[in-house]
Design a protein around this ligand. Sequence first.
Ligand code: FAD
Length: 418
Amino acid sequence: MSQQTVSSLRASTAPRICIVGGGFGGLYTALYLQKYRHLRKAKIVLIEPKNRFLFTPMMYELITDELKEWEIAPTYSSLLTGKNVIWKQARADAIDLHSQVVSVAGEKLGYDYLVVATGAKNRPVDIPGVEQHTLTFRSLQDALALKSRLAQIVQSQKLQPNPFAPTQIVVVGGGPSGVELSGKVKDYLTHRGLQNVRITLVERGETILVPFRKRLRRLAKKSLSRRQIEVMTETSVAEVTADTVTIETKSGRQVLPSRLTLWAVGTQPQPWLGDQSVQSNEQGQRLTRRSLQLIEYDNVFVLGDSATVNTQDSSAKPAPSTAQAAYQAASRVAKNLSAMTQGSQPKAFSYLHLGDMLTLGIGEAGLWSFGLAIGGQLAALCRRSVYIFRMPTRRHQFKVGRRALSQLGRAIFMPWNQ
Ligand SMILES: Cc1cc2nc3c(=O)[nH]c(=O)nc-3n(C[C@H](O)[C@H](O)[C@H](O)COP(=O)(O)OP(=O)(O)OC[C@H]3O[C@@H](n4cnc5c(N)ncnc54)[C@H](O)[C@@H]3O)c2cc1C
């Protein structure tokens, strides 16, 4: 049998599918692939160095203790138990697209189909002091570090002779992360008895929450103003020290005292592990066809924050870099892999924007979906319910859902215990 016949046979009966990155793009692709009977014999390998998947949209609830670590960061071993997925806990070092090999932890892993979803990281900035004196909010470690800093602030404030001494915090970045962090941090500190918490949200642009609908933006602004969070737009950061942030506005420079500075600005794709001649855009995202295959390689799919559909030869609007877009793309990649392994053609991905949701403090949220905008506790309840159904695996959804129901039951029947 020729080499060609052997490899096409393998591709049709027991294809080797290698997935690099276990976030919304990669993990969900692996889980969607479980639905296809003909792929039961496929060798599906998921390469992911971290121990836990991170459900980023609910990371904020970890700092306020509304959710537990296991709820938003389940371990891969628990999620993949009983699934036809081999999880390799390691970082992929390089991909040879021509020879179809991934180098990982000193091993060479061959594949018939490759899925790359390595996500994004914080974009480094050239502003003095940012690296040393700010906290970022992308990873589980970031959330735990912030939580422990807030606990320290509470402790030291309680030792102050003057309980009304202000606790000043600066949050940089008026995107969803900056807005959501501001509300949660304010509520966390206030609920723990700090009397005078002053949060300033600094945004370089003319307004906050640029990509969101006006009505949701209005809800968010109202919620910030109710919490007396000062929003400074058209303001950029010039320098950060351990206890100050120097800002530049139209009227000049100003130094803000800051006990804690949170940096919620800018991301960039993780470095590409394959051949550098593969096309990319200015942000460093790989360009794909509408089917999410690389332009240059039929058997390689790239999705999530590290890729975008090439809009030059299609009228399609690119999907945003969000979890919502990544898990929709994962479903399309799984369908296309299923089709290709049966000799059918892959189809184009079409992104459907289902809406936007923001947490706006403890027990409060804002959401917009298909023209409807709601805020307050009802929105918080809807947001939590929607996200439970978006979590990976039915088993995990059930565990998290059960805890949410018992919390809700306690809130209704024993409100004095809250
Ligand atoms: C605080 C925060 C809040 C957010 N809130 C929302 C929200 O409310 N709604 C929303 O839609 N989106 C939200 N997002 C955005 C969302 O998290 C991302 O768009 C989404 O995670 C992108 O999915 P991905 O698969 O591309 O990347 P990720 O989910 O980041 O996954 C990438 C994975 O690849 C792994 N990896 C990286 N390099 C390698 C390598 N060399 N080898 C192996 N593995 C590797 C990483 O460890 C990681 O697990 C939020 C993001 C953050 C940080």
